[in-house]
Design a protein around this ligand. Structure first.
Ligand code: ADP
Length: 390
């Protein structure tokens, strides 16, 4: 099962995307909808609200009179806490029930879409393997909200009270631009579902990597942003088992062409600790590749070049996660290598030349090895003379 996060500022078009995902087979978990469900007539929730706030919060037909409840529940902090104390646990329980019912079918590539208006504000974005953000310019959103019947001042106040577009952009693995016609958004959402969300769900279930990359791309400034998101996700999944998580490799070196694959290193205390991370990393979209168990050794003890290796299941953002042991030469060299390249334009040129040749060969990694053997010593010489430390 794959859980994805869907968010967007008010009026951006999140409901449109949610409807498309639902139509495509996604199971939508929408906090607002659930909050209404748990207090429908005949529910335990409504009964408890009546016990707490009195019969006069009901309409003549027995349904909840929301304004009447609001008048009582938002009167003071105690009342508000009492309301939340009743509704929040019921919403949580219902949410878990929905997810459990999907989880009961592990043989399917099921997708649960968690529709969370305040995904930025709650800080939960990194717990999802994929976060989709719907976006539109503020003025467009205001116009749409007015058309929907909202008062202009109210629309502006609500937009101002939410996270900024920039904050939402920072958590987005996918940014769906809804500045054009609605039909365009529907097309984009469908395309995303079939070409990225479903393959991701499949790959997580079968523990496969998303996409192999074979060619070099000119440096992209988005690599640093992508790495930052991946690192947050990994840090949250690994907890204190990860001693540090770093963006390493060529995409961490500004102004250098690279394969469009983000490399991240998770430093752990031992390989046993690395093994504890298999499940949490798979759940956030990084299954382990059992066939990769070591780097090519550049010192005489190959045992000190062992590692664990995970890859991104997401076909839309290739990434490799190398889990290495603190203080081992492979862990140290990964950190040194990026620092050395960043500091030395000449070395960048030199390395790029090697890479350009390597991509034309059958075994890219092997073709770079002779250069790396020499680079290992040159980089440490540089570290000695500059006093560099990990
Ligand atoms: P959200 O759920 O993000 O608050 P909605 O999906 O409800 O936003 O969209 C807000 C309003 O704007 C709705 O009335 C919707 O029908 C309308 N809308 C959404 N996308 C477009 C679009 N691309 N062009 C015109 N109107 C749109």
């Amino acid at each position: 099962m794959l859980r994805i996060g869907l968010t967007g500022g008010i009026g951006a078009g999140k409901s449109t995307v949610s409807a498309v995902f639902s139509e495509c087979g996604g199971v939508i978990v929408d906090g607002d909808v659930i909050a209404r469900e748990v207090v429908e007539p005949g529910t335990e929730g409504l009964q408890r609200l009546v016990e707490a706030f009195g019969e006069d919060i009901l309409l003549p037909d027995g349904a909840l009179n929301r304004p009447a409840l609001a008048a009582k529940a938002f009167r003071d902090d105690d009342s508000r806490a009492r309301l939340n104390g009743i509704v929040h646990p019921l919403v949580g329980k219902r949410r878990e029930e929905i997810i459990a019912s999907v989880r009961a079918h592990p043989e399917k590539d099921s997708v649960v879409v968690e529709d969370i208006p305040l995904l930025v504000e709650t800080g939960m974005a990194p717990t999802f393997p994929l976060v989709v953000v719907v976006t539109a310019p503020a003025e467009t959103r205001v116009a749409r909200l007015i058309k929907r019947g909202m008062d202009e001042a109210d629309a502006r106040a609500r937009i101002a009270a939410q996270a900024t577009e920039e904050e939402r952009r920072a958590i987005a693995d996918v940014l769906l631009d809804n500045s054009g016609p609605q039909g365009e958004l529907v097309e984009k959402a469908r395309d995303l579902w079939y070409h990225r969300v479903l393959p991701l769900a499949h790959n997580i279930r079968t523990r496969e990597c998303g996409k192999a990359i074979h060619e070099l791309t000119p440096y992209k400034t988005s690599w640093a942003e992508d790495a930052a998101r991946i690192i947050k996700r990994i840090e949250m999944a690994c907890g204190t088992t990860a001693l540090r998580v770093d963006h390493i490799g060529s995409t961490a070196v500004p102004e250098m062409d690279a394969k469009d694959v983000i490399d991240v290193q998770v430093t752990v205390a031992s390989l046993d600790d690395a093994d504890v991370l298999v499940k949490p990393l798979t759940q956030v979209g990084f299954p382990r590749r059992e066939d990769v168990t070591a780097d090519t050794a550049h010192t005489e003890d190959p045992g000190m070049w062992r590692k664990r290796f995970h890859c991104a299941a997401d076909p839309g953002r290739p990434a490799n996660v190398h889990i290495r042991v603190e203080g081992w030469p492979n862990q140290q060299f990964a950190l040194l290598f990026t620092a050395w390249l960043r500091a030395n334009p000449g070395v960048r040129e030199d390395y790029l030349h090697t890479k350009r040749h390597a991509v034309t060969t059958a075994d890219y990694v092997q073709a770079k090895e002779p250069w790396f053997l020499d680079a290992y010593h040159r980089a440490w010489q540089w570290a000695d003379t500059t006093g560099w430390r990990a």
